[in-house]
Design a protein around this ligand. Structure first.
Ligand SMILES: C[S@@+](CC[C@H](N)C(=O)[O-])C[C@H]1O[C@@H](n2cnc3c(N)ncnc32)[C@H](O)[C@@H]1O
Length: 272
């Protein structure tokens, strides 16, 4: 895979508890209700180190087999080597790695799948990747639970005059072309939703929000500095004001006074 887009296992570990709090349990339980009796096979796309599996497996019946798809073999290895979650009946699940680019996913790769899942994925994909995923799910007639795609909406408390400009520049930065790929950023989820609808599928969205504050100060600060740095890279005109902004927000984080709501959306798609 390409270096610039590489996701670190440390970042995935840092965000995992907040992701678990934010994902829609309602949609997960609705997906669980669609599963057939007996053994189930779940394909998690862009699995990283397996955060979605650790969250969802205990909500689903067993016996369960998970196939973890990612183009980063090192991240999948952490999931397959790590502690395995138990299913709803406290039985161990089976996990297998599948390394490759999701742009090449086909319906045959999902043959026999009971459910496709993903988390924090759609916003980092290209339109080609998303088309391939939707076509593969539709071809395999397999429901899909696609969690935690960013919507681009951020609300910081207390407010500051620079918030909107940083939000705007960050959202533009997400759409940049990097390593020959143009990521869809906040358009990823609406595009996936539109493609499923076009195929005649039902799609149910759920609003999901990261609520960052003094309870997870490291995640709040890592997220915040990444957000501002990307915005300044996108719009160097923000550089001078961003210095004051960073100092202000740093002192608010240190005093436990800063809170951020980072909006996401979960989608559950299934055939009519
Ligand atoms: C933001 S991370 C989320 C990982 C994991 N789902 C989680 O929630 O912790 C996105 C993951 O998708 C993978 N990924 C991105 N684009 C991909 C592609 N086109 N093919 C395969 N994997 C991809 C990355 O390697 C990374 O592990």
């Amino acid at each position: 895979m390409s270096g610039i887009l590489e996701v670190s296992g440390e970042w995935l570990a840092l965000r995992e508890p907040e992701d678990a709090d934010a994902r829609s349990r309602d949609l997960a339980l609705a997906a669980a209700a669609m599963l057939p009796e007996g053994p189930i096979v779940v394909h998690d796309l862009g699995s990283g180190t397996g955060s979605m599996m650790r969250w969802l497996a205990p909500l689903l019946p067993g016996p369960q087999t998970w196939i973890l798809h990612d183009w980063n073999a090192d991240l999948i290895e952490r999931a397959t080597d790590g502690v395995r979650p138990l299913d709803r009946h406290n039985a161990a699940i089976s996990v297998y790695p599948q390394t490759g680019n999701l742009a090449n996913l086909r319906a045959t790769d999902l043959a026999g799948a009971s459910l496709v899942t993903a988390s924090a994925l759609l916003d980092v994909l290209t339109s080609r990747d998303i088309s391939a995923i939707v076509d593969a799910c539709v071809g395999a007639r397999c429901p899909a639970l696609l969690a935690l795609s960013v919507t681009g909406d951020v609300r910081l408390t207390p407010r500051d005059g620079l918030d909107a400009a940083v939000e705007h520049a960050f959202n533009a930065h997400q759409l940049r072309e990097a390593d020959g790929r143009r990521q869809l950023g906040r358009y990823g989820a609406p595009i996936a939703r539109g493609l499923f609808s076009q195929a005649g599928w039902h799609v149910r969205p759920g609003t999901t929000v990261w609520r960052l504050d003094h309870r997870r100060p490291r995640l709040l600060s890592e997220w915040f500095y990444g957000w501002v740095d990307a915005a300044v890279e996108q719009d160097p005109g923000l550089r001078a004001e961003a210095k004051r902004y960073r100092q202000l927000r740093t002192s608010q984080i240190e005093r436990g006074e800063l809170a951020a709501q980072v909006s996401h959306v979960d989608l559950l798609a299934w055939p009519r």
